[in-house]
Design a protein around this ligand. Structure first.
Ligand code: HEM
Length: 412
C-alpha cells in the first residue's frame, strides 16, 4: 500500500474469541481513526460510544454504498448475490429508506410480533426434543441443532416460506454467510444462484396466491410503491438480518452464561430477569460487532475528528458498547444492568427493525433451554470453541457449540 495506515487488528481471526481488549487499546488511542482493513480497503473506524452514536445519526454519512462506488473505488464492493439484490433498506438513504422501512414495518408491528410467541415456543420445544433424543449425557451441537434453526424457522414463518423449503434455503444461506477471502468460491456462487432462483419463484407464487405473510404484503406494494429489485433485495436482507444475528446472540449468550456461573445461577433463580439479561448479553457478547459499511457523502466531523467526503466509515458497536466513559465496569457481565442505551441493535434511522422480534426469540430460546437443561456444560475446552464468518466484519458467532445437555448436576 502506498500509505502508512495501520491494519485494523481488532478483528483479526486470532483475537476473535476476545476482541474487546484490542478494541479498548484502539479506542484509548483514538476513538475515531483511519485504518486498513483485512481486504485491503481503508475505512475510518469509530470506536467510542459518543462517536458511534454521532456517526450513526449523521445525515452526511450515507448507506448508499452502490452510489458511493461510483465516486470511490476504495469502498467495499458488493458481495453476493450482487447489485440486483442490494437495493434494500440497509443500503439506501431517505427518502427511499423511509418508504421501504415503512412498508416492511407493517410486518413488525408489536401485536404481530407478540402473536408469534406460541409458534416460537413450539419451534424451540421441538428442536430441544430432537436434541434430547440423543439421550442423557450425549454431546449435541447447540448451534446446529438450536441457535441456528430456531430464528431461521421463525423468519420463514413471518415471510411465508413453506416449512418444507426451509432446510434447502437454510443450507444455501449457511454457505453464503460463512465468509471467504477474495473471490467467492464456487459453492458460494451456487448457493447464491439457488437463493436468487428460489426467491423469484416464491414471489411469483405469492403474486398468484397471496396469503397472510410478509412476502404477500410486499408483493401487493410492488410497482406501486416498491420495485421488483427492492422487493427481492428486501426479502434477501430480511432473511440474512433475521437469523444469523439472533443465532449468534443465542450461542454467544450461552457461552457467556457458562463463563459466569454466578450470573447464570442468579438468572435461574429469577428467570423473569431475562429481558434485561438479554440486552446485557447483546452488549457484552457483540453478536453484531460492527455496523454495516457507511460512506461520507461530504466532509463530516465525528467526535472532533474531520473525515473527508467519499470515505468509508465502519462503526465498531462492540467497542462502543464496552466504552467505560458510558458503561461503568464496561468489561463486567452484569445481567441486572439497566442498559437500554446499548448500541448492539444500532442507532438512528437504521436502528434494527427486528429488535423486538430478536428479543422475543432470545427470551423464548433461553426460557425453554434453561428450564429443561439448567446444568448444561461445554463438552470441549473453552479455548477450543471456533468462531465463524471468516473476515466478515458484521457478525460474531460460533461455528459450533458442543454441549452436554443436563437437567440436574448429577447427570452432567
Ligand atoms: C440479536 C439479533 C439482532 C441484532 C444484534 C441485530 C442488529 C442490527 C444492527 C446493529 C442493525 C443496524 C446496522 C447498521 O446500522 O449498519 C440492524 C438493522 C436491521 N435489522 Fe437487525 N439485528 C438482530 C436481529 C434482527 C432480526 C430478527 C431481524 C428481522 C427479522 C432484523 C432486521 C433488521 C433490519 C431490517 C435492519 C435494517 C433497518 C434499516 O436499515 O432501517 N434484525 N440490526
Amino acid at each position: 500500500m502506498a500509505d502508512n495506515l495501520a491494519t485494523w487488528g481488532g478483528w483479526d481471526p486470532a483475537v476473535r474469541d476476545d476482541p474487546f481488549g484490542h478494541f479498548a487499546e484502539a479506542r484509548a488511542e483514538c476513538p475515531v481513526q483511519k485504518a486498513r482493513l483485512a481486504d485491503g480497503h481503508s475505512a475510518w473506524i469509530v470506536l467510542g460510544y459518543d462517536a458511534a452514536r454521532q456517526a450513526l445519526n449523521d445525515p452526511g454519512i450515507s448507506k448508499d454504498m452502490l452510489a458511493a462506488l461510483q465516486d470511490n473505488g476504495d469502498v467495499v464492493a458488493e458481495g453476493l448475490p450482487g447489485p440486483e439484490f442490494s437495493r434494500h433498506m440497509l443500503n439506501i438513504d431517505p427518502p427511499d429508506h423511509t418508504r421501504l422501512r415503512r412498508l416492511v414495518s407493517r410486518a413488525f408491528a408489536p401485536p404481530r410480533i407478540a402473536a408469534l410467541e406460541p409458534a416460537i415456543r413450539a419451534i424451540a420445544g421441538s428442536l430441544l426434543d430432537e436434541l434430547d433424543s440423543a439421550g442423557p449425557g450425549a454431546t449435541v451441537d447447540l448451534i446446529e441443532g438450536y441457535a441456528h434453526p430456531l430464528p431461521f424457522r421463525v423468519i420463514g414463518e413471518l415471510l411465508g416460506i413453506p416449512a418444507a423449503d426451509g432446510p434447502r434455503l437454510h443450507a444455501w444461506f449457511q454457505v453464503l454467510l460463512t465468509g471467504w477471502a477474495g473471490d467467492p468460491p464456487p459453492e458460494a456462487v451456487e448457493a447464491s444462484d439457488g437463493i436468487v432462483g428460489y426467491l423469484r419463484e416464491l414471489v411469483a407464487t405469492k403474486r398468484h396466491s397471496p396469503a397472510d405473510d410478509l412476502v404477500s404484503v410486499l408483493v401487493a406494494a410492488e410497482d406501486d410503491r416498491l420495485t421488483t429489485q427492492e422487493l427481492l433485495s428486501s426479502l434477501f436482507q430480511l432473511i440474512v438480518a433475521g437469523h444469523d444475528t439472533t443465532a449468534s446472540l443465542i450461542g454467544n449468550g450461552v457461552v457467556a452464561l457458562l463463563d459466569h456461573p454466578n450470573q447464570l445461577q442468579a438468572l435461574l433463580a429469577d428467570i423473569g430477569q431475562l429481558p434485561t439479561a438479554i440486552d446485557e448479553l447483546v452488549r457484552f457478547t457483540a453478536p453484531v460487532p460492527h455496523a454495516t459499511f457507511r460512506v461520507t457523502s461530504k466532509p463530516v466531523t465525528v467526535d472532533g475528528v474531520e473525515i473527508p467526503g467519499h470515505e468509508q466509515v465502519l462503526v465498531c458497536l462492540g467497542s462502543a458498547n464496552r466504552d467505560p466513559a458510558h458503561f461503568p465496569a464496561a468489561d463486567v457481565l452484569d445481567l441486572a444492568r439497566r442498559n437500554g442505551s446499548n448500541l448492539g441493535f444500532g442507532h438512528g434511522i437504521h436502528y434494527c427493525l427486528g429488535a423486538p422480534l430478536a428479543r422475543l426469540e432470545a427470551r423464548v430460546a433461553f426460557e425453554e433451554l434453561l428450564s429443561r437443561h439448567p446444568c448444561m456444560r461445554l463438552s470441549v475446552d473453552r479455548g477450543a470453541l471456533a468462531w465463524t464468518h471468516g473476515d466478515g466484519l458484521v457478525l460474531r458467532g460460533l461455528a459450533s457449540l458442543p454441549v452436554v445437555l443436563a437437567p440436574t448436576p448429577r447427570q452432567s
